[in-house]
Design a protein around this ligand. Structure first.
Ligand SMILES: Nc1ncnc2c1ncn2[C@@H]1O[C@H](COP(=O)(O)OP(=O)(O)OP(=O)(O)O)[C@@H](O)[C@H]1O
Length: 255
């Protein structure tokens, strides 16, 4: 579980995060949503330790990240998996080499053990026949699956995804969303995703945190987001006619 308490972060005179308090549970897929500039990226970067809080704390299963010793920080880094926007694979390395990279970097396992683990995670993301391919030979959705395999190869406790659906068609985006949710549930990972994709909100939002001007404006589940009267959420999430209709249909069905 990740617990965020009264998180403040700014740059010079610009205050970006203004006292965010929330929790992300293990085995659940949590989504951060909000308009451009609302602070989602700064928030995610704060969670992974790229920004130090000006005020407040972030704790990982009871361990506050700014109080880590060098050794504890090294350990914690190994517990984190990241799926970056655009996949961020190494183009000149094969799929197998890309996925093996964290194992080579952080462990001293023998090559055959590393290979077993790489094959296991590639199978988990349904990519068992692509070891020797290069990223350029794969579709966007397959590249995302490689990125997910690489993110989970170290068996992380925490998984952070920045816009995992960017550049994907809606059907492939749903496949990727479902894969992330299944893996999160299966391995009891605490997963936090930055997204603009309202389909993801409806499909996999076990917890949704809505940021507005650097503050938590609302939080709840995808079920609750249909019912909320919070004006800011309604005008943001239901700005498209399609989602407005989905919401109306949901509310009619429930009444
Ligand atoms: N390193 C930085 N230095 C100064 N200002 C920054 C820095 N990083 C972010 N900001 C500012 O913080 C605010 C929030 O930015 P952030 O990137 O977190 O928004 P976002 O919600 O992720 O937007 P988007 O959805 O467009 O990615 C913006 O006004 C941005 O200019």
């Amino acid at each position: 579980m990740i617990e965020v308490k009264n998180l403040h972060k700014g740059f010079g005179d610009v205050k970006v995060l203004k006292g965010i308090t929330t929790t992300f549970e293990a085995g659940k897929t949590s989504l951060i949503i909000g308009q451009s500039g609302s602070g989602k990226t700064v928030f995610l970067k704060s969670l992974i330790g790229l920004h130090e809080p000006e005020e407040g704390t972030i704790s990982f299963d009871g361990r506050i990240n700014t109080e880590f010793t060098i050794e504890a920080k090294r350990q914690w880094r190994q517990e984190i998996g990241m799926v970056f926007q655009g996949s961020a694979l190494f183009d000149s390395q094969t799929v197998e080499e890309n996925v093996m990279f964290p194992l080579k970097m952080f462990t001293k396992k023998p090559l055959d053990e590393m290979l077993d683990r790489v094959n296991f995670v590639l199978k988990r993301v349904n990519l068992e026949d692509s070891n020797k391919k290069f990223p350029g030979e794969l579709s966007g959705g397959m590249q995302k699956r490689v990125a997910i395999a690489r993110a989970i190869v170290m068996n992380p406790k925490y998984l952070f995804c920045d816009e995992p659906n960017s550049g994907l068609d809606p059907q492939t985006a749903i496949v990727i969303d479902n894969l992330i949710q299944e893996i999160t549930d299966e391995y009891k990972i605490t997963t936090v995703i930055n997204t603009h994709d309202m389909n993801s909100v409806m499909e996999i939002g076990e917890k949704i945190l809505f940021l507005r001007n650097g503050k938590k404006a609302w939080e709840g589940s995808s079920e609750e987001i249909f019912k909320t009267d919070n004006e800011a959420v309604v005008s943001f999430v239901y700005s498209s006619n399609l989602f407005k209709k989905v919401r109306e249909a949901y509310l009619n069905e429930k009444s």
